[in-house]
Design a protein around this ligand. Structure first.
Ligand SMILES: *Cc1c(COP(=O)(O)O)cnc(C)c1O
Length: 422
């Protein structure tokens, strides 16, 4: 007999209108690419728990490493003290990232990693005697987090933070420079406001929560060049794209781009524990050095560099070394291309996009998200469309058959929608 869990009366759920939304499902266990529910059903996870579980669930190597760390030191503060898991992780991240991205600041969530990047960028210019350079340019359809400073960098119209428009910093928004006219407009924006711009922030190659929009390596390279020519800092938010999701270890690599600051989180611990990192190039770090204590970066989350999380991240990097993760992503990309293509012919489908282990179907017309989500669960898969996108971002270890189950479900649900049965 399944045990029924206590009622929901004391929880406040994320991104949910709790007056009308269907009750959430109760998960009791995870393994491989599957989530087991309290009622005994199992769902194949098509979105890797908000894009984190790149090795699938419960990878034994990460679990064993975290268990050992749990016995010696689950946590210790990170001021005046450091520890081996953080030192080793920082060294490994610096070695993996391009160029001299070599100074790692640890936090516990993606939004805070972006906040730290913003603070670094603004203080970089304060320390260099140009405090008026405080604006951060972002792009339409961007998503950089849910905190106040990061909400100001999300798309103000499409984004989910429109209600707060009045209390956010007014940061300049640009169109992604994808054609000649937009390249010229982007260059003009940078030239017009150069004296007050601290940096430009971009989600390289794929904009995630803003709608799974994709752009080319050439567009990314243009942004990087435009920043470099004007001495503007480039911040790459690789929180979603980092660790193989787009086909390379980091999306910036595909464009040969070396950002000044990189933000990492989601798949950093293989989807096991909360951890994020903001990594700066040497020239950024050096601007914070000097006799004056006020030049230092005044930031330090209580649980930063948690040893369990750092251990999990080290074990996750071991798996990237020992398992063919990037080859798996390439195979997923081929299969997504093939198996999502039939969606293009369906009524109510605007576009199908694939990059690495990301497959997105953008819908046209009104979308009944609750109905779609419920139908996916009935078909035994965990797929959660948002806005106008139905997308798959599976764990990299998914088998071709399991992936076929996911793509078949997407095609079927969108066929039902086209036939107006959903
Ligand atoms: C998820 C995400 C964030 C925010 O990370 P949280 O851990 O949810 O705060 C920021 N930027 C990008 C690109 C993301 O995908």
């Amino acid at each position: 007999m399944p045990v029924s869990p206590p009622p929901l009366d004391n929880l406040w759920l994320p991104y949910t209108q709790m007056a009308t939304a269907p009750a959430p499902l109760t998960a009791v266990a995870t393994h491989g690419v599957r989530i087991r529910l309290a009622d005994g059903r199992e769902l194949i996870d098509g979105i890797a728990s908000w894009w984190t579980a790149c090795h699938g669930y419960n990878p034994p190597h990460i679990r064993a490493a975290v268990s050992r760390q749990l016995e010696t030191m689950p946590h210790v503060m990170f001021a005046g003290l450091v520890h081996e898991p953080a030192l080793r992780l920082a060294t490994r991240l610096a070695a993996l990232l391009p160029g001299d991205l070599e100074r790692v600041f640890f936090t516990e969530s993606g939004s805070v990693a972006v906040e730290v990047a913003l603070k670094m960028a603004r203080q970089y210019w304060i320390n260099r005697g140009q405090p008026q350079r405080r604006r951060v340019v972002h792009f339409r359809h961007s998503y950089h987090g849910d905190t106040f400073a990061t909400m100001a960098l999300c798309d103000p119209e499409d984004g989910m933070h429109a209600l707060f428009a009045g209390s956010l910093n007014a940061e300049p928004m640009a169109e992604l420079p994808e054609d000649e006219a937009r390249r010229a407009a982007f260059a003009d924006l940078l030239d017009d406001c150069c004296h007050e711009i601290a940096g430009v922030i971009v989600e390289p190659l794929v904009q995630g929560a803003g709608g799974m929009k994709m752009h080319t390596a050439a567009t990314l390279a243009f942004i990087a060049r435009a920043c470099a020519e004007r001495g503007i800092l480039l911040i790459a938010d690789e929180i979603m794209t980092g660790f193989g999701r787009t086909g390379r270890m980091f999306a910036c690599e595909e464009a040969g781009v070396l950002p000044d600051i990189v933000c990492l989180s989601k798949a950093l611990t293989g989807g096991t524990l909360a951890l994020a990192a903001t990594v700066a190039r040497r020239h950024v770090f050096e601007v914070f050095l000097g006799e004056d204590a006020r030049r230092a970066l005044m930031h330090g989350p209580t649980y930063m560099a948690n040893p369990l999380a750092c251990t999990a991240a080290n074990a996750s990097l071991d798996l990237f070394e020992s398992e063919p993760r990037l080859a798996q992503v390439a195979a997923i990309e081929t299969q997504l291309h093939e198996q999502l293509a039939p969606c293009r012919a369906l009524a109510g489908v605007a576009e199908v996009r694939v990059k690495g282990a990301i497959g997105a179907v953008e819908l046209a017309g009104a979308v009944d998200l609750d109905a779609l989500r419920q139908r996916f669960v009935e078909l035994g898969v965990w797929v959660r469309p948002f806005g106008k996108v139905v997308y798959l971002m599976p764990p990299f270890i998914i088998t071709p058959d399991e992936l076929t189950t996911l793509t078949t479900a997407v095609v079927r649900v969108l066929e039902e929608r086209a036939a107006r049965r959903l």
